[in-house]
Design a binder for this molecule. Structure first.
Ligand SMILES: O=C(O)C(=O)C[C@]1(C(=O)O)C=C[C@@H](O)C=C1
Length: 357
């Protein structure tokens, strides 16, 4: 067996040598792209180009790699290329180990500079003031709906959406307590509590345990280590980073629990990829039929409305609202630009980007 293994490993070494030479060859072309972009002040990150490369490679592929494997390998290559062209600084909802951190690393790779920020508002503000080039925030859970803080910050500040990321979310229950009956406080992010209602009801339904919302699930893991008689609902990674003993895995209500994250940046525009989504904020006059008229225009121009979320205006006491809308298509698509132009004064365009779901 040893001899056979050595022979196979020799073959792997030989392939790796070729891969290294090819990756270096690729990087020298990327270097030229970087120089060209720098001299033209062009944007380095092009998600639509990355998608088209992966689509093309998947089409060519007749080997053992799955699309997921091709994607994982090439996203890391793209991230290395982008950092080679211009190192990127990425702010995310921290501390380290949050689900948002995992989403950010998955897209920006290991070589980017990551800045953990303590809440969603700080991520938006850091992007708005361009202290970081990109920010990553959670926007929506498939079971619990939108993250209100994130949606509201799009209304308050002028930042654009670059791309979306979808991650399966598995929550862990971590605590220094040996007995569940010793636990008096459970820390987590508000939306995470909502995703683990059944677990909380089953294990703590008849107790007076206090549910304590904090800014992120990784902050919760830190708290569970700092405060006696406490526990956290957090990611596996956050529990491990903080040395918090894991008592239960997979405590989410449903096994298909998923969260959508957004990459945001200041002044960013994507080119069309062919499968895009456009997000806008809509503020309508408070008169009869204004939403109906607007939606009728969508219908007349064949625009598919993916999602509409109603948010409070937060400026006075009379319960006024605005809307956050996801549409199928790109702002450069004629049928979309026509309708958006027509209602320009009521619409804030947040971005057109590659549609994952
Ligand atoms: O094609 C570009 O615009 C590049 O900068 C090169 C490259 C790549 O590595 O292929 C890197 C970054 C972009 O996000 C897209 C593609």
């Amino acid at each position: 067996m040893e001899k056979a293994l050595d022979q196979l490993r020799e073959q792997i070494d030989s392939v790796d040598n070729q891969l290294l030479a090819l990756l270096n060859q690729r990087m020298s072309v990327v270097q030229k792209v970087g120089e060209l972009k720098k001299s033209n002040n062009a944007i380095i990150y092009r998600p639509e180009r990355e998608k088209s490369i992966i689509d093309r490679l998947e089409g060519l592929n007749d080997g053992l790699l799955t699309r997921g494997m091709i994607e994982a390998v090439f996203l890391e290559i793209f991230a290395a290329s982008r950092n080679f062209e211009l190192p990127e600084r990425v702010g995310y909802l921290g501390p380290p180990g949050s689900f948002t951190h995992q989403a950010a690393e998955g897209r920006f790779g290991v070589t980017s500079e990551y800045i953990p920020l303590s809440n969603i508002q700080s991520v938006f503000e850091s992007v708005d003031t361009e202290r970081v080039r990109f920010g990553v925030i959670p926007i929506e859970n498939n079971r619990q709906g939108f993250v209100g803080e994130s949606v509201d910050m799009f209304y308050d500040l002028d930042v654009k959406i670059v791309a979306e990321i979808v991650l399966p979310i598995h929550h862990t229950f971590a605590s220094r307590c040996d007995q569940l009956s010793d636990i008096k406080y459970i820390y987590s992010k508000d939306v995470a509590f909502k995703q683990c209602r059944k677990f909380l009801r089953e294990y703590f339904g008849n107790t007076d345990v206090e549910i304590v919302p904090v800014d992120s699930t990784s902050k919760a893991a830190q708290m569970a280590m700092e405060v006696d008689n406490s526990a956290a609902i957090c990611s596996d990674v956050a529990a491990k980073i903080n040395n918090a003993p894991i008592l239960f895995h997979n405590i989410e209500d449903t096994s298909d629990n998923q969260t959508r994250f957004l990459i945001i940046s200041k002044n960013f525009t994507n080119k069309k990829s062919g499968a895009d989504k456009t997000t806008v904020i809509l503020k309508l006059p408070d008169v009869v039929g204004s939403l109906a008229t607007f939606l009728q225009d969508f219908r007349d121009h064949g625009i598919n409305l993916i999602k509409i979320e109603n948010r409070p205006e937060r400026t006075d006491t009379n319960f006024k609202a605005w809307f956050y809308l996801d549409l199928d298509g790109h702002i450069e698509d004629e049928h979309i630009s026509k309708v958006l132009d027509k209602h320009g004064d009521k619409i804030k365009w947040l971005g057109s980007y590659v549609k994952l779901i």
